[in-house]
Structure formats: structure tokens, C-alpha cells
Design a protein around this ligand. Structure first.
Ligand SMILES: Cc1cc2nc3c(=O)[nH]c(=O)nc-3n(C[C@H](O)[C@H](O)[C@H](O)COP(=O)(O)OP(=O)(O)OC[C@H]3O[C@@H](n4cnc5c(N)ncnc54)[C@H](O)[C@@H]3O)c2cc1C
Length: 462
């Protein structure tokens, strides 16, 4: 752990410039404890990484969590989204309608449980007023399909059977938010940005000796921070700790009129299928799934013993940067199409303009991994986003810096720090199929799903 004397002379190398990397860079560049620290951020591709998990048209910004610590943490982040950070269209407070759907069987009890706990948390922790929007209510229980249809009126479909709407939730233009954070970091004039890919870390006796780039260059730093998202298991052995899981996104074009109509709805999130549709932006609608995702098992040399000949199998991202023809598997395509058809019937046959597999860094519990590596004293991990890290972009860096310094900050910080620790016990299998709440099926392998017949697939792109 950094001590005060080390802080004065230390250099910090942050690898990755998504939410966790930029957030960390901003906190270090603005906190007094790091005023003498040389800070460098490395990113493998020109910023912003098009296949990074932080870069997309939209991300949901919600305090609606079954785990109240994240509800309270979101209350901190929300102040920023509602202020300058969310200005210029970066944040829209359009509401979030969370539903369960009896027709969608799997995991119903668990989904409903998550939803009820989330509603209780926003009421009790944030003091939101219960009631209809027209009566100045902020959170409204929806007890029937008709209630949900009323809230999701312009979708004109069958959106769910029970749920609630939180009118204080919203969504962010994800890429714009990350670009804004990068500008804030640049403005400090404290951070050196380099476009370089880390090939490997050079592990010495209990510490990282240096970082080798694909250019062959070696960089040394007193502290190396891995904020490399779903790619992290390539650089350090995270079997049973973190795994990349691929999630489906399908986009379609709207007319101006459709944009206007659908732009009046809150985001729709179905807890038992994991399917969701965020308000459209720029005449583009996205259908997506917060599920268990696909594993992409890949054999790699053991990252900590590359010369030993030993290999390990870990799930790593495969993106359009690896294969420009990569689209979502037929089962994911069908799931997105079915949800679109059911909830917005008048768009049922609209073809996708493109699809994408976007990669979560999953942990067994869904809590992030923000901690020092137990075996290497100058290696710090800021990853494990588990599909819900984006919304904390304005505030995550300060909490990461607190953990680096061994500080709690406050009672919430102490609680979060415990959740984000290197796990005492690893997941039972090398690949982490998270026990966090998700919709859909567990255990899907990307290549198996891509190889299945697409004859039943929708009229989406292939
Ligand atoms: C489909 C999808 C939907 C989501 N929806 C939401 C949502 O609605 N709300 C929400 O709050 N969160 C959401 N999330 C989660 C959120 O986006 C992530 O938790 C967050 O963006 C993770 O940020 P990161 O910095 O860990 O990863 P990334 O943004 O992936 O950043 C990692 C960076 O490291 C770089 N890198 C990797 N390896 C190397 C290397 N060897 N050398 C140099 N650079 C490297 C990568 O290029 C990348 O830019 C969603 C995620 C996905 C995929």
C-alpha cells in the first residue's frame, strides 16, 4: 500500500482509459496526496476505444439496486450527472421502468426479489416520493400490465406484468461522458496519455519490475494500475476472480417521428429476461440484454510465468476489432428480436443496422475488483465492472484513490471497500459465471452459439 513518503516520489502507470482508468487518472491528478506523482495513462488503441465497454450510444444511470450500498453511492454520482458533468445532452433524466414478465418464466422469483429490494432501497435510502408523476411522485409501483402499458405508452406493446418506474433515473450518452472525463483529466495538465498496448507485465519477486509494450518498449513505474476491463485476465492470472463475458446489442434506425414518440418513454428493463431498451438517441434505438453473457475461452501462456511453457484457459473479449464480420449469435439475435416485437410491435420487422458483442468483466458477486494484488505489492486492480460500472464515472476515481491510500473516506467507503476486495475465496470454476442477478441463461460459449444454425434468426444482420 502507498505510504505518505512513497506518494511524493511515486510514478503511477494506469493501463486502460475507460471508466475505471480515466476515473482513477482524474482522482490522482486532482488529489493533494498525489501532487508530486508522475501519472501516465496507456490505451491500446486511439481514444476512445471503439470496443471498450465504456463506449456506446447509451448507458442506464440508476440508483435502483438491490444492494443499498450502490444505491447510496449512486446518489453521489447523480449530483454530477445532474450538474455540469451531465450537461450538453450527456445525461437525460427520462426515468427507468423495471418490470418482471410472467410470460418470461426463468428466474422469476429472483428477478422479482431484486426488483422489490431495489424499489425499497430507492424509497428508503433516497427518500423518493411514492406516487404518480402527475402528482409529483418520483417512484410509482406498477401493479398490472395495463399500468406498465400506460407508462410505456408509445411503445404500444406488451412490456411486462408488474414493476415500478423511477422517474429520477435516466441514461447517459456513454461515449460523450467518457470524452468529457478525458477532457477534465487533460485540463489538469498532470497526465501523460500514450496510445500503446501492454503486451505483458514483467513479474519479479513480489512486484512488477516493468511493463512491456507491443512496440518492445519497457516502462517502469512505482505503481501499475490495471484498468483494462475485460482484457485484464490476459495480463494477470484472474482465474476464478474475473472473466470476460460477451453481451448482445442490436441497433436499428428510426424515423424522426418514431424518435419523438419513443423519446417520451422511460428506459424499459425486464428483470427476468435481462432485456432492455433505453430511450433512443439520434434516431437510433438499441435493444440489449443484461444476461450471463457468452464466455470466450482462450488458451494463453500463463501471464505470470510466460517462459514456463505453461498455458491457462481464460475468457477474453472478441470484438469487431479482431474480426470485422463478428455479429451477435443467432440466439442473441432472436432474443433481441422477440423483445422488440413484444414491446414495440410496430418495429417488429425493422432490420438491425448493426449488432455488437460488448464485454463485461464479471466477478462472482457482481462487486468490482478494486484492490492491490495480494502477491505483487505495486500492482493495483481497478476492474470487475460486472455490467454496472458506467453510471459511477464521475465519482469512481476518488473511491479508487481512497482504496489505494488505505483510506475509507466515510462509512459508505468502508462498506464499498470490503465489497471490492481481492476475494478471500475464488469462484469454484476458472470461468466466473456470476451469481449476481442477471436475466437469461447461464453457461453459453461464444463459438458454440455462433456455430448454431441461424435459420431461425430474425431478419437482422448476419
Ligand atoms: C453492453 C453493456 C451494457 C452496459 N450497460 C450499463 C449500464 O446501463 N449502466 C452502467 O452503469 N454500466 C453499464 N455497463 C457496464 C459499464 O459499461 C462498465 O462497467 C464500464 O464501462 C467498465 O469500464 P472499464 O474501464 O473497466 O472497461 P473498458 O471501458 O473496457 O476500458 C478498458 C480499457 O482498457 C484498454 N486496454 C485493454 N487491454 C489493454 C492493454 N493490454 N494495453 C492498453 N490498453 C488496454 C481497452 O482498450 C479499454 O479502453 C454496460 C456494459 C456493457 C458491455
Amino acid at each position: 500500500m502507498l505510504s505518505s513518503s512513497e506518494q511524493a516520489t511515486s510514478s503511477v502507470l494506469i493501463v486502460g482509459s475507460g471508466v475505471f482508468g480515466l476515473g482513477t487518472a482524474h482522482a490522482l491528478a486532482t488529489r493533494d496526496e498525489f501532487r508530486h506523482t508522475k501519472i501516465t495513462v496507456l490505451e491500446r488503441v486511439d481514444f476512445p476505444a471503439p470496443d471498450g465497454s465504456s463506449i456506446d450510444s447509451s448507458r442506464i444511470i440508476r440508483p435502483d439496486y438491490a444492494d443499498g450500498a450502490y444505491t447510496s453511492f449512486m446518489a453521489e454520482a447523480h449530483k454530477y450527472w445532474r450538474g455540469d458533468f451531465g450537461a450538453d445532452g450527456r445525461y437525460t433524466e427520462a426515468g427507468l421502468c423495471i418490470v418482471t414478465d410472467e410470460g418470461d418464466g426463468a428466474g422469476k422469483g429472483e428477478a422479482s426479489d431484486y426488483m422489490l429490494k431495489a424499489m425499497e432501497n430507492v424509497k428508503s435510502r433516497l427518500g423518493l416520493k411514492v406516487g404518480r408523476r402527475e402528482d409529483r411522485g418520483q417512484v410509482e409501483p406498477l401493479v398490472s400490465a395495463a399500468d406498465i402499458s400506460r407508462v410505456m405508452a408509445t411503445m404500444e406493446g406488451d412490456c411486462g406484468t408488474k414493476g415500478y418506474v423511477n422517474w429520477t433515473s435516466g441514461w447517459a450518452d456513454a461515449e460523450a461522458g467518457v470524452r468529457h472525463m478525458r477532457k477534465l483529466v487533460e485540463r489538469t495538465e498532470r497526465v501523460d496519455f500514450k496510445t500503446s498496448e501492454v503486451r505483458r507485465l514483467e513479474f519479479g519477486d513480489g512486484k512488477i519490475e516493468s511493463v512491456e509494450l507491443t512496440s518492445g518498449e519497457h516502462l517502469k513505474a512505482d505503481l501499475v494500475v490495471l484498468a483494462t476491463g475485460a482484457w485484464t485476465p490476459k495480463l494477470v492470472d484472474l482465474r476464478g476472480v474475473c472473466s470476460a463475458s460477451g453481451h448482445v446489442l442490436a441497433y436499428l434506425d428510426l424515423s424522426e417521428d418514431e424518435q419523438d414518440r419513443l423519446g417520451r418513454n422511460p428506459t424499459l428493463l425486464c428483470e427476468n429476461s435481462g432485456m432492455f431498451i433505453i430511450q433512443p438517441r439520434g434516431r437510433q434505438l438499441k435493444v440489449a440484454r443484461h444476461g450471463y453473457g457468452y464466455a470466450n475461452p482462450t488458451v494463453i501462456p500463463h501471464p505470470e510465468r510466460p517462459d514456463s511453457g505453461e498455458t491457462i484457459t481464460v475468457s477474453l473479449p472478441r470484438t469487431k476489432m479482431d474480426d470485422e464480420n463478428l455479429n451477435i449469435p443467432p440466439e442473441g439475435d432472436r432474443a433481441c428480436r422477440a423483445f422488440l416485437k413484444k414491446s414495440i410491435p410496430y418495429l417488429a420487422d425493422r432490420p438491425w443496422t448493426h449488432t455488437r458483442i460488448c464485454w463485461y468483466t464479471d466477478t462472482p458477486t457482481g462487486n468490482w475488483l478494486i484492490d492491490y494484488h495480494p502477491a505483487y505489492s505495486n500492482l493495483f486492480l481497478a476492474t470487475g465492472g460486472s455490467g454496472h460500472g458506467y453510471k459511477f464515472l464521475p465519482v469512481i476515481g476518488d473511491r479508487i484513490a481512497d482504496v489505494m491510500l488505505g483510506q475509507d473516506g466515510d462509512a459508505l467507503g468502508a462498506e464499498l471497500r470490503q465489497k471490492w476486495r481481492w476475494p478471500v475465496q475464488k469462484h469454484k470454476s476458472d470461468h466466473v459465471w456470476t451469481d449476481d442477478w442477471r436475466g437469461g441463461k447461464k453457461g453459453m460459449i461464444l463459438d458454440v452459439e455462433l456455430g448454431r444454425s441461424s435459420s431461425l434468426s430474425s431478419n437482422g444482420v448476419r
